[in-house]
Design a protein around this ligand. Sequence first.
Ligand SMILES: [Mg+2]
Length: 271
Amino acid sequence: MPDWRSGRTGLLVDMDGVLFHGERALPGAADFLSWLLRRPHRFVTNNPIRSPAEVVAHFRALGLPEPDVGAIITTAQATATWLADQQPGFRYFAIGAGDLHAALSAVGREDAAHADFVVVGEGPGLDYESLSIAINLVLKQGARLVSTNPDANVDAMVDGVHRVLPGGGALVAAVAVATGVQPTVIGKPNPLLFRLALASLGLQPGQCIMVGDRPDTDIAGALALGMRTALVRTGRFGVADALPESVHPDWDVADLAALIAAWKVSTDRPS
Ligand SMILES: [Mg+2]
């Protein structure tokens, strides 16, 4: 095998369940980051709620080495970029919380009466009124339905207590059922988020490794594009869980500390 560690191999890295769990950094995260941040890299997350700046602040709060804000690609950012590419100056109606609205308004124009796209993200925002507006835009005006991410549900810490919250896939399902229209989905395992991250690095899939904690999204999506993959079993998928039959990561390890050991990379901090 060529020594990819000294070449221009890039890395795409998921964050939740890989680097940290809520307010807790995972084993090997600091050492892994000290190595990673000196190589071509992007952080890719299906979570459209936190802005890239907020994600960097989270690294800081956990005492982890901080990436550049431009290295963070959320599905809010990816959705906005994709829509601007589809239709410059697009009009949209968005349902969801957090950074989604800021990301869309930076490149498009909110217009609940004449939207070209109905965008469903995550977090609070879906209610009877917003659902009705979305349905009418899709059925009567031909607006295209877009979902930031397909997750059925997501883990969260609310006031120090673990809660399972509805994911983007659950929220957009209401619009899909009411209209009979399936959404275009940006996040993993679909290729659009990966492709955007690869394009921003100027690399082809074969030149990149995806590091993630979910076989069904991080690993399956990256494999489908022809990337190499590393599974860390620090997320929902534990050391005792059996892989889906079609998913074969190139590296399958307990945590980032084990991945560093398997890759034999130097984690010396830059002086
Ligand atoms: Mg994850």
